[in-house]
Design a protein around this ligand. Structure first.
Ligand code: HAM
Length: 423
């Protein structure tokens, strides 16, 4: 009997994991600079949270959730996204009472969606995301977008496109909603079942339909930007002004509607424009969700955030031919020859490690030549050779692999010598 990994999931093998760690490190470092702090929420939540939070007309809720009943008969769901859970925690822990507002949070972890797997689309994927809760300042919208762009730029990506839109406030959306219904209703029978179901529940989502994308009514559909009231328009203009101030290029696309129900005002996506990038080009998506905290039982609190997946980020790096500056190799490989030297090598490797030096030795009873080969494969900076001769003389032979330079070092100063040369 043999086992295979579930569809839409992947193993991240050591070589890949180094890239993940590097990306995680950059993301965390940028969060530190922007003053976002980490929050970790459970992998599963009560199903009801996502029905309310993400919205029951969304694809996520209707088709993609991993929902199960636990032994206590509760309906639980593996989180399909992070925002609803962060907002749940924000409310439950009364973070709206924190003296420092807005509360600026980030998270990183696996999300689960039962989607049809294809390039860039997994059933388990890792999102890095941020949420800023408690501010209605358009400058924070720009900051959130700037942080996402900063992560991509720091990693070396260049072929990016930032698209923004405004979905307006409740009043603007109401007017637009009616205009959409009036527009689609007479010919709604020409649209797919999903669109028909959405007409009265959430007509804006029709604009996001993949099946009916080429229908002529899509092109002529009323634009949300024509329905923004004064306040919403001014807000959107300020977001754009701040983006310009930050030197961030963007396009306005009035047809950008996001796949989750909680958005209003600013919505944005960052796409890869690299040649050879797969059909799914969205790397990052986010926006403002001013009603969500209330929906989840908290006081009226504005919020904005984004999420990006590390899987798509890696694909974008590959498409642009960018290799990450990953430190490879160990500091020192101790080669031992003879029984006594082997015993000594155990202690030497332990002593090196205690000093923060990465060290390795042979555990396969290999000959010297094979041990040297192993050191080479591990990209060891130094190889320290301990044979019977050396032992007798109380020394060890230290070789710098890149230059071939060799030095006999007294055994009792070996560790401090290594500390010194590796500084
Ligand atoms: P989303 O657009 O559903 O938004 O997902 C955000 C990002 O997650 C996408 O742009 C993509 O990079 C990644 N992603 C989504 N599904 C998959 C998948 N099946 N495989 C690989 N990557 C995927 C949200 O999740 C919102 N919570 C974002 C947000 C935060 N809005 C405000 N705050």
């Amino acid at each position: 009997m043999s086992f295979q990994i579930p569809r839409g999931t992947q193993d991240i093998l050591p070589e890949q994991a180094a890239k993940w760690q590097y990306i995680e490190h950059i993301a965390r470092e940028l969060c530190r600079r922007y003053n976002y702090q980490e929050i970790r929420t459970p992998i599963f939540e009560h199903t009801e949270l996502f029905l309310r939070g993400v919205g029951d007309t969304t694809d996520i809720v209707q088709k993609e959730m991993y929902t199960f009943e636990d032994r206590g008969g509760r309906s639980l769901t593996l989180r399909p996204e992070g925002t609803a859970a962060v907002v749940r925690s924000f409310v439950e822990n009364k973070m709206y009472g924190y003296p420092n507002q807005p509360v600026k949070l980030y998270y990183m972890g696996p999300m689960f969606r039962y989607e049809r797997p294809q390039a860039g689309r997994f059933r388990q994927f890792v999102q890095f995301g941020v949420e800023a809760l408690g501010s209605n300042d358009p400058a924070i919208d720009a900051e959130v977008i700037a942080l996402a762009m900063d992560i991509y730029h720091t990693l070396g990506l260049k072929k990016l496109k930032l698209v923004i839109n405004s979905l307006g406030d409740v009043e603007s959306r109401k007017a637009h909603r009616q205009a959409l219904i009036d527009h689609f209703q007479p010919r709604i029978h020409e649209f797919c079942d999903d669109c028909q179901a959405r007409l009265h529940k959430n007509p804006m989502r029709i604009l996001d339909c993949k099946k009916d994308r080429d229908h002529e009514l899509m092109r002529t559909a009323p634009s949300i930007l024509d329905y923004l009231n004064e306040q919403s328009r001014t807000y959107f203009e300020k977001v754009q002004m701040y983006l310009q101030k930050l030197g961030i290029a963007f396009e306005v696309d009035s047809r950008l509607v996001r796949g989750l129900d909680y958005y209003n005002h600013t919505a944005f996506e960052i796409m890869s424009e690299a040649e050879g990038f797969g059909a799914i080009t969205t790397l990052c998506g986010g926006g403002r969700y001013n009603g969500l905290v209330q929906e989840i039982g908290g006081p009226e609190t504005p919020g904005i955030g984004f999420a990006l997946s590390i899987e798509r980020l890696l694909a974008a790096l590959e498409a642009e031919g960018i290799s990450l500056p990953i430190l490879e190799g160990i500091d020192c490989y101790v080669v031992a020859l003879g029984e006594q030297a082997k015993e000594e090598a155990v202690a030497l490797v332990a002593a090196l490690r205690k000093e923060g030096i990465s060290a390795e030795k042979d555990y396969q009873d290999r000959k010297v030549k094979a041990q040297l080969k192993a050191a080479d494969r591990l990209h060891a900076t130094y190889v320290a050779i301990l044979g019977e001769d050396e032992l007798r003389k109380g020394v060890i032979n230290v070789k710098h692999m890149a230059t071939g330079e060799q030095q006999e070092v007294p055994l009792d100063t070996f560790i401090s010598h290594m500390k010194h040369v590796l500084k």
